[in-house]
Design a protein around this ligand. Structure first.
Ligand code: G3P
Ligand code: CA
Length: 242
């Protein structure tokens, strides 16, 4: 069964990386919610994709230089639609709370950049104390970030994000003890045998980011374990017809 992974939540119907997008994903039948996590200037973990708040909030500035107490009052909804005016930029703690309301949904947690041990430990403690270790799959493009996780939380499942499945990517995934090796959808559509190579290595494969049946069909035919999509509700409907 192909897993449905809501990219930044159901980011087609609500502003990306906000609680409304996550709730829409959960209510719409997603198996996982994917979020992007970054470190603020005070070491806080904030849910945002870009290095700056400019595109997705009414503020301006670099996330790594801003305080959570300032960022959490930004409007992260109006840029998407005036109907979402006043939607807050979430902290990681807000996502932990939300997952408590949706016990069937997992979290695909992308850590952006390479974090220092202190903020990493703070997030890992939140995950452990909330009893979420088995519902979280941590992923990153940064090998060093995954090495840090491997050291600090060896029991937390982790995945490496890559552009495509190469021999080097498979070697790195194995060295990291990754449970999944996650390439772009385009690379798998171009080279479907990549799925078997990942499976033969004992890992799963979740591809990003596909929003249409034209891409879902070859990905499902190739045997991917999950599809990361901005349209999880649409993917759920399409999968039901297969
Ligand atoms: O989950 C994979 C995907 O989110 C990686 O790309 O830029 O959307 O974070 P990006
Ligand atoms: Ca992401």
């Amino acid at each position: 069964m192909t897993q449905i992974i809501a990219h930044r939540g159901n980011s087609a119907v609500a502003p990306e990386n906000t609680l409304p997008a996550f709730a829409a994903a959960a209510f719409g039948g997603s198996d996982f919610i994917e979020i992007d996590l970054q470190v603020g200037g005070d070491g806080s973990a904030v849910v945002i994709h870009d290095a700056s708040v400019d595109r997705t909030t009414d503020g301006a500035g670099i996330v790594a230089e801003m305080l959570a107490t300032d960022m959490k009052y930004l409007d992260a909804g109006s840029w998407f639609d005036p109907a979402f005016a006043g939607t807050a930029l979430p902290l990681f703690a807000d996502v932990v709370d939300l997952l408590g309301r949706f016990p069937e949904v997992g979290l695909l947690l992308e850590l952006k950049g390479a974090w220092r041990p202190e903020p990493t430990m703070a997030v890992l403690t939140q995950i452990r104390e909330a009893g979420l270790t088995e519902r979280v799959l941590a992923q990153s493009f940064e090998v060093d970030m995954l090495r840090t996780l491997q050291t600090l939380a060896p029991d937390l499942p982790r995945a490496l994000l890559v552009r495509e499945i190469t021999g080097e990517a498979l070697t790195t995934c194995a060295e990291l003890g990754a449970v999944a090796c996650n390439p772009s959808s385009a690379s798998v559509i171009a080279e479907p045998s990549a799925v078997a190579r990942v499976h033969d290595a004992g890992q799963q494969i979740f591809t990003w980011t596909s929003n249409d049946p034209d891409e879902w069909a070859p990905l499902v035919a190739a045997g991917v374990d999950g599809i990361i999509t901005d349209r999880p509700d649409r993917l759920a409907g399409w999968l039901a017809t297969q």
